[in-house]
Design a protein. Structure first.
Length: 371
């Protein structure tokens, strides 16, 4: 295993640079913390990662972590509390081959039945959950990504993963290293082998979904106001409208950690069997301007329900109710757009800063020769 060292840079009273090395946390201590930290903060593995399973049983044994990444792809994580070896590579391929052999319905059942354990949220209807989050054809889950995670990797494991990744197999290797200073523990992540970016995937069920949705709207007799509501959000948001059998969702394009574009649902119009339409606003739409959002949402009174994930639900049961609350959404939609634009600007700014840092480091490592 490669030795990783970390220094803290500071300055003294005279402005001189001082480099203080941080102490390595013992491997045993890091082992005990790593999996729990990942479950609570999956972003340390990958931005926008959503974990859907932990220690889920397969024919090859319990799969450590199962997630869905920001592009809507299934990800298998094999965690080793110590150094990754060739056995871990064989194990994760075994898990991936098992899940790949399942049909779509079998995979959905596999996830639903095993969610809700060991700190993972319960997902009762994975198909609806997936469409709400990603507005994509769920069949892309049948080709899972593989990511090995450990506290270092031996040379044989590293070579095996590199060979597979070069051969178009979607497999990566990530190692973590723990450091301590003044009672604080720091984790450093190192991507030792990066899989190639997967090709784009196009949904193929939009027409079928739209036909099912139109049939449901007709059966419940809510055409008069449901289509008015959907037209309103089409006009107010530069969003991609995706029809699910249960309603429309409105997604805005965000940049993932890899720099690719991926749709994220901000608002959805779901139909409840009692002829009521639920307007669901997702947490990502409410991340900024909490005071302004709160003042608008408060005016909705008893029609609103706060969700445990930080989002909100508003219920509409007639055309008259929609006409009454529509002005509030005319105030709300521009705020949601401000949130979306701020996220994109922040991502561009972070990329620019990273580029500046790389340039600065490159200049420091390769100074121009003195004339």
């Amino acid at each position: 295993m490669k030795e990783i060292k970390l220094w803290k840079l500071s300055g003294d009273e005279q402005g001189n640079h001082i480099a203080k090395q941080l102490s390595n946390v013992s491997q045993t201590e890091t082992e005990n913390q790593l999996e729990e930290v990942i479950v609570r903060c999956p972003d340390i593995l990958m931005k926008d990662m959503k974990l859907v399973g932990r220690q889920t049983e397969t024919l090859g044994g319990p799969l450590d972590l199962l997630g869905v990444d920001g592009d809507g792809r299934l990800v298998i994580f094999e965690l080793k509390r110590g150094t990754l070896t060739r056995d871990a590579v064989v194990q994760i391929i075994d898990y991936a081959s098992y899940l790949s052999e399942l049909g779509t319905d079998e995979l959905i059942s596999h996830i639903e039945e095993r969610s809700g354990n060991l700190g993972i949220d319960k997902i009762d209807n994975f198909n609806n959950w997936y469409q709400e989050q990603f507005a994509k054809d769920i069949s892309i889950l049948l080709k899972p990504r593989m990511i090995l995670v450990g506290l270092g990797a031996d040379e044989r494991a590293r070579k095996m993963v590199s060979f597979l990744a070069q051969g178009e197999i979607d497999i990566s290797l990530i190692t973590f290293h723990g450091f301590e200073q003044d009672g604080d523990v720091f984790l450093a992540r190192q991507v030792e082998v990066q899989a190639k970016s997967p090709p784009g995937t196009t949904g193929i069920t939009k027409k079928d979904n739209l036909e099912k949705l139109q049939q449901k709207v007709k059966e419940l007799g809510i055409e008069a106001y449901y289509y008015k509501m959907s037209a309103f959000f089409r006009d107010q948001l530069p969003a991609y409208e995706w029809p699910n059998p249960g309603g429309f969702s409105y997604s805005l394009s965000e940049l993932t950690e890899s720099g690719s574009e991926s749709l994220r649902v901000y608002i959805a119009l779901y139909i409840i069997s009692t002829r009521t339409v639920k307007i669901q606003i997702y947490p990502r739409a409410l991340e900024r301007n909490p005071e302004k959002f709160a003042s608008i949402i408060k005016k909705l009174n008893g029609k609103i329900k706060l969700r445990s994930d930080g989002g909100v639900e508003i219920f509409v049961s007639s055309e008259q109710e929609w006409e009454k609350i529509m002005p509030l959404f005319q105030e709300l939609c521009p705020l949601i757009l401000d949130v979306w634009k701020a996220k994109r600007e922040q991502h561009v700014s972070e990329e620019f800063k990273e580029t500046e840092t790389e340039i600065d480091l490159g200049a420091a490592m390769n100074p121009e020769p003195q004339k």
